[in-house]
Write a protein that binds this ligand. Structure first.
Ligand SMILES: Cc1cc2nc3c(=O)[nH]c(=O)nc-3n(C[C@H](O)[C@H](O)[C@H](O)COP(=O)(O)OP(=O)(O)OC[C@H]3O[C@@H](n4cnc5c(N)ncnc54)[C@H](O)[C@@H]3O)c2cc1C
Ligand code: SF4
Length: 479
């Protein structure tokens, strides 16, 4: 791959070394713009415009990929951007962070025939970044505002997508979020090296400029009740995500310097956003010159190890109880992490955190894979007397997330849950067990993907529109 070509790869595929190369060549922006444009054109021209667009079928948003590739190949970039936006509220985000190898690109016919996929995600990112640069992406202008309002709890991708779709129709929309910045996991979860924060901020600014109201630092269930929201708005969307970190309940778990993944990632993201983060400044949540151990094998664990290496950790180890083939995280992410110098200790399980006040090491036991369990996955079993110790100045728990207990938090037992603790909805309408309250995103699916949250948000908006129209009709009939 030549230096110039590097700029066309996704940020998350780039190692720190490659990124250094990029910053060197940033001075040649003009030559680059031309090059990137040519590269996007070249990639788009590779699309065979096959009869059955498997890429489109495997995109959760059913994006019209073949058509926007064709438009890009023909240099009709404004139309390509409009088409990309017709099904997706943030194509530049999905272009950067969708696991395309499992979605559109993994199902590209050219990939299937062994010739390497069209880089759909990169083209999607290019089309939209270019549209932003050219000033083609404009706030929504409402001809006549409808005198009905929707309250949205949560400003992650599900809440934002729903808000935008409802605003386009003309509804009054207010988003409530307990964080100080909108964006949900886009802003404080996903690291900057995968998704640059300006990309999220310019989207949320656009929505503010479109007349959507944002109320930050408001936790529903604490600062305002669900009942208050129901009284204030004509419909509600719950899009609160899943945040309860799974615990590692082994001896020593109360020692200092053992952190949940989100605490570690949020501090790093806040720092990147220019905040004064006390725990980072005083070294507590900074990996520099430290031995870091991350427990877990999913994408969040990969984000933690890759963040730690960028903070110049002395060593970064990831311990996971199964082997590489059976990791839940994306293979691409694991390969990136390995390339960046992270050491994976496969088939290993934490047995004890060791230390007097702070953690200083981890006692780990070796595992082997036994017979498949009820889920069909091979069950990890402990190998007796196989313990060994690894140094750890910081240990990060990245074992996944569960939903918080929302009926309790919202003080409403009518809000029914699934057996996994997620909100139960009618899958056709996204409506919960309470009339006029809808739900979308991770709080319905469990920890999932941005593209699915956007899809849910859009679907919920359609149902909320129907619900409000019916409500209006009933009022008119009753009058
Ligand atoms: C570290 C990490 C990395 C990830 N990387 C990727 C990736 O590369 N690609 C990908 O596709 N997906 C990724 N994901 C998953 C993706 O981020 C989520 O699936 C997606 O953000 C879910 O969107 P959401 O809108 O449902 O919830 P969220 O993004 O979680 O947003 C929920 C919002 O609700 C707010 N909230 C919660 N409770 C309340 C309350 N009571 N009152 C007010 N506000 C409240 C929260 O503050 C938050 O802002 C990652 C997840 C994590 C944790
Ligand atoms: S939204 Fe995701 S899955 Fe769909 S085309 Fe874009 S990158 Fe592929």
């Amino acid at each position: 791959m030549t230096e110039k070509m590097l700029k066309f790869t996704k940020v998350d595929q780039q190692t720190p070394n490659k990124r250094k190369v990029n910053s060197r060549v940033d001075n040649f922006e003009e030559i680059y713009d031309e090059f990137i444009h040519e590269k996007a054109k070249e990639q788009s021209s590779r699309c065979s415009q096959c009869g059955v667009p498997f890429c489109q079928v495997h995109c959760p948003l059913n994006n019209n990929i073949p058509d926007w590739l064709k438009l890009t190949a023909e240099g009709r970039l404004k139309e390509a951007s409009e088409l990309a936006h017709s099904t997706n509220n943030m194509p530049e985000v999905c272009g950067r962070i969708c696991p395309q190898d499992r979605l559109c690109e993994g199902n590209c016919v050219i990939e299937q025939s062994g010739h390497g996929t069209v880089t759909i995600g990169s083209v999607e990112k290019y089309i939209t970044d270019n549209a932003w640069e050219k000033g083609w992406i404009k706030p929504i202008v409402i001809e006549k505002e409808i005198n009905l309002s929707v309250g949205i709890i949560g400003s992650g991708p599900a809440g934002l997508a729903c808000a935008e779709e409802l605003r386009k129709i003309g509804y009054q929309v207010t988003i409530y979020d307990r964080y100080d910045r909108p964006g949900g996991l886009l802003i404080y979860g996903i690291p900057n090296f995968k998704l640059e924060k300006f990309v999220v901020e310019r989207r949320t600014k656009l929505l503010k400029d479109s007349g959507i109201k944002f109320q930050q630092n408001i936790e529903i269930g604490k600062d305002k009740t669900l009942k208050e929201l129901k009284e204030k708005h004509d419909a509600i969307l719950i899009a609160t995500g899943v945040y309860k970190a799974r615990e590692v309940n082994i001896p020593g778990h109360n020692l200092k310097n053992i952190f949940p993944a989100m605490e570690f990632l949020t501090a790093s993201n806040r720092k990147g956003l220019g905040d004064n983060v006390k725990e980072f400044e005083n070294g507590t949540l900074n990996s520099e010159n430290k031995n870091v151990v991350v427990i877990g094998g999913g994408d969040t664990a990969m984000d933690c190890v890759r963040t730690a290496i960028r903070q110049n950790a002395k060593s970064v180890k990831c311990i996971y109880r199964r082997d590489k083939e059976n990791m839940p995280g994306s293979v691409r992410e694991v390969n990136n992490a390995e390339e960046e110098g992270i050491e994976f200790i496969w088939l290993s399980n934490p047995k004890k955190f060791i230390g007097s006040d702070k953690v200083s090491s981890l006692l780990v036991e070796k595992m082997k894979l036994g017979e498949p369990d009820s889920s069909g996955r091979k069950k990890p079993e402990v190998i007796p007397n196989s313990e060994f110790e690894i140094k750890a100045d910081i240990a990060i728990k990245a074992l996944g997330f569960d939903p918080e207990n929302l009926p309790k938090l919202f003080n409403d037992s009518n809000l029914l849950l699934s057996k996994w603790g997620t909100i139960k909805v009618n899958i056709k309408s996204m409506e919960t067990s309470i009339d006029g309250i809808f739900a979308a995103g991770d709080i319905v699916r469990g920890a999932s993907l941005v593209v699915w949250a956007i899809k849910d948000g859009r679907d919920a908006a359609l149902s909320i529109q129907k619900y409000l129209e019916n409500k209006q009709l009933k009022k008119i009939k009753a009058a």
